[in-house]
Design a protein around this ligand. Structure first.
Ligand SMILES: [Zn+2]
Length: 158
Protein backbone atom coordinates (compact mmCIF):
# COMPACT_ATOMS: atom_id res chain seq x y z
CA UNK A 1 0.00 0.00 0.00
CA UNK A 2 1.22 3.45 -0.84
CA UNK A 3 0.62 6.21 1.65
CA UNK A 4 1.14 9.89 1.09
CA UNK A 5 1.93 11.95 4.10
CA UNK A 6 2.30 15.68 4.17
CA UNK A 7 3.78 17.63 6.98
CA UNK A 8 1.19 20.02 8.31
CA UNK A 9 3.18 22.88 6.88
CA UNK A 10 5.19 21.02 4.32
CA UNK A 11 4.25 20.21 0.77
CA UNK A 12 1.46 22.69 0.35
CA UNK A 13 3.45 25.69 1.50
CA UNK A 14 1.59 25.67 4.76
CA UNK A 15 -0.65 28.65 4.24
CA UNK A 16 -3.86 28.31 6.14
CA UNK A 17 -6.70 30.28 4.68
CA UNK A 18 -8.88 30.48 7.73
CA UNK A 19 -12.09 28.66 8.47
CA UNK A 20 -12.39 25.07 7.45
CA UNK A 21 -15.54 23.07 6.80
CA UNK A 22 -13.77 19.76 7.05
CA UNK A 23 -12.32 18.14 10.12
CA UNK A 24 -8.57 18.39 10.61
CA UNK A 25 -6.73 15.32 9.51
CA UNK A 26 -9.33 14.36 6.92
CA UNK A 27 -7.89 12.11 4.29
CA UNK A 28 -8.11 11.63 0.57
CA UNK A 29 -8.66 8.07 -0.54
CA UNK A 30 -7.15 6.69 -3.70
CA UNK A 31 -8.71 4.00 -5.84
CA UNK A 32 -6.23 1.44 -4.57
CA UNK A 33 -7.11 2.13 -0.95
CA UNK A 34 -4.09 4.28 -0.22
CA UNK A 35 -4.70 7.40 1.74
CA UNK A 36 -3.35 10.89 1.44
CA UNK A 37 -3.48 13.08 4.46
CA UNK A 38 -5.08 16.39 3.89
CA UNK A 39 -2.56 19.12 3.42
CA UNK A 40 -2.38 21.70 6.15
CA UNK A 41 -5.69 23.31 7.01
CA UNK A 42 -7.36 22.52 3.70
CA UNK A 43 -10.41 24.61 3.16
CA UNK A 44 -12.02 23.11 0.07
CA UNK A 45 -13.26 19.65 1.03
CA UNK A 46 -13.29 16.89 -1.53
CA UNK A 47 -17.09 16.97 -1.56
CA UNK A 48 -16.79 20.33 -3.34
CA UNK A 49 -14.32 19.20 -5.99
CA UNK A 50 -15.78 18.25 -9.36
CA UNK A 51 -14.40 15.48 -11.56
CA UNK A 52 -14.66 15.56 -15.33
CA UNK A 53 -14.33 12.81 -17.90
CA UNK A 54 -12.61 14.66 -20.70
CA UNK A 55 -8.90 15.37 -20.80
CA UNK A 56 -8.25 19.07 -20.19
CA UNK A 57 -4.84 19.96 -21.57
CA UNK A 58 -2.21 19.03 -24.16
CA UNK A 59 -2.73 19.08 -27.92
CA UNK A 60 -2.52 15.27 -28.12
CA UNK A 61 -5.01 14.74 -25.28
CA UNK A 62 -7.34 12.90 -27.64
CA UNK A 63 -4.80 10.10 -27.85
CA UNK A 64 -3.98 9.89 -24.17
CA UNK A 65 -5.60 6.79 -22.70
CA UNK A 66 -5.22 8.04 -19.15
CA UNK A 67 -6.68 11.30 -17.93
CA UNK A 68 -8.01 12.86 -14.76
CA UNK A 69 -9.56 16.31 -14.63
CA UNK A 70 -10.56 17.87 -11.33
CA UNK A 71 -11.79 21.35 -10.58
CA UNK A 72 -10.73 22.47 -7.12
CA UNK A 73 -12.13 25.93 -6.51
CA UNK A 74 -10.71 28.27 -9.13
CA UNK A 75 -8.14 25.79 -10.47
CA UNK A 76 -8.15 22.88 -12.87
CA UNK A 77 -5.89 19.98 -11.95
CA UNK A 78 -5.26 17.98 -15.12
CA UNK A 79 -3.36 14.72 -15.36
CA UNK A 80 -2.94 12.72 -18.51
CA UNK A 81 -0.65 10.29 -20.22
CA UNK A 82 -0.33 6.86 -21.76
CA UNK A 83 -0.09 8.65 -25.08
CA UNK A 84 -0.60 6.38 -28.08
CA UNK A 85 0.18 8.41 -31.21
CA UNK A 86 -1.23 5.89 -33.68
CA UNK A 87 -3.92 3.85 -31.93
CA UNK A 88 -5.26 2.38 -35.17
CA UNK A 89 -2.03 0.92 -36.52
CA UNK A 90 0.06 0.65 -33.39
CA UNK A 91 -2.32 0.47 -30.42
CA UNK A 92 0.35 -0.77 -28.03
CA UNK A 93 3.05 1.74 -28.91
CA UNK A 94 3.07 4.69 -26.57
CA UNK A 95 5.32 7.71 -26.30
CA UNK A 96 6.38 10.02 -23.52
CA UNK A 97 4.76 13.43 -23.20
CA UNK A 98 7.64 15.04 -21.33
CA UNK A 99 11.30 15.30 -22.19
CA UNK A 100 12.46 12.64 -19.73
CA UNK A 101 12.83 9.00 -20.73
CA UNK A 102 10.03 7.91 -18.41
CA UNK A 103 7.74 10.91 -18.65
CA UNK A 104 4.64 9.00 -19.68
CA UNK A 105 2.24 10.99 -17.47
CA UNK A 106 2.00 14.53 -16.24
CA UNK A 107 -0.04 16.72 -13.94
CA UNK A 108 -0.46 20.40 -14.69
CA UNK A 109 -2.40 23.09 -12.87
CA UNK A 110 -4.36 25.83 -14.60
CA UNK A 111 -6.72 28.57 -13.70
CA UNK A 112 -10.33 27.72 -14.47
CA UNK A 113 -11.42 29.83 -17.45
CA UNK A 114 -14.98 28.55 -17.73
CA UNK A 115 -16.79 25.55 -19.16
CA UNK A 116 -17.61 24.17 -22.58
CA UNK A 117 -20.98 25.05 -24.14
CA UNK A 118 -22.52 21.84 -22.83
CA UNK A 119 -21.15 22.58 -19.38
CA UNK A 120 -19.30 19.29 -18.98
CA UNK A 121 -15.68 20.28 -19.58
CA UNK A 122 -13.66 22.80 -17.63
CA UNK A 123 -11.66 25.13 -19.87
CA UNK A 124 -8.11 25.90 -18.86
CA UNK A 125 -6.79 29.42 -18.50
CA UNK A 126 -3.28 30.23 -17.30
CA UNK A 127 -0.63 27.63 -16.56
CA UNK A 128 0.45 27.87 -12.92
CA UNK A 129 3.80 26.32 -13.84
CA UNK A 130 3.36 23.55 -11.28
CA UNK A 131 3.99 20.45 -13.36
CA UNK A 132 4.79 16.94 -12.19
CA UNK A 133 5.72 14.02 -14.41
CA UNK A 134 5.61 10.30 -13.71
CA UNK A 135 6.52 6.96 -15.20
CA UNK A 136 3.41 5.00 -14.21
CA UNK A 137 -0.33 5.46 -14.01
CA UNK A 138 -0.34 4.62 -10.31
CA UNK A 139 2.14 7.38 -9.57
CA UNK A 140 0.09 9.71 -11.77
CA UNK A 141 -3.05 8.89 -9.78
CA UNK A 142 -1.30 9.58 -6.50
CA UNK A 143 0.31 12.73 -7.88
CA UNK A 144 -3.02 14.00 -9.16
CA UNK A 145 -4.69 13.62 -5.79
CA UNK A 146 -1.72 15.17 -4.02
CA UNK A 147 -1.95 18.17 -6.35
CA UNK A 148 -5.69 18.50 -5.73
CA UNK A 149 -5.09 18.45 -1.99
CA UNK A 150 -2.33 21.02 -2.31
CA UNK A 151 -4.59 23.48 -4.11
CA UNK A 152 -7.56 22.68 -1.88
CA UNK A 153 -5.38 23.76 1.02
CA UNK A 154 -4.66 27.15 -0.48
CA UNK A 155 -8.18 28.37 -1.12
CA UNK A 156 -11.28 29.50 0.66
CA UNK A 157 -14.52 27.75 -0.13
CA UNK A 158 -16.85 29.70 -2.39
ZN1 LIG B 1 -17.80 19.42 -22.47
Amino acid sequence: MVALRFARRGVCGGRSAGKSRSPPGAVGRLANGAQAEKCGDAVIPQSEWTWHGHAAHLSVRGRCRHHLTTVVGKYVISTLGDYVPDPRNAPDVRETIGSGNDDYYETMVWTLAGYCVEGCCPQIGNDLDDTKRYATALLANIGHLAMCLKYAAQQETA
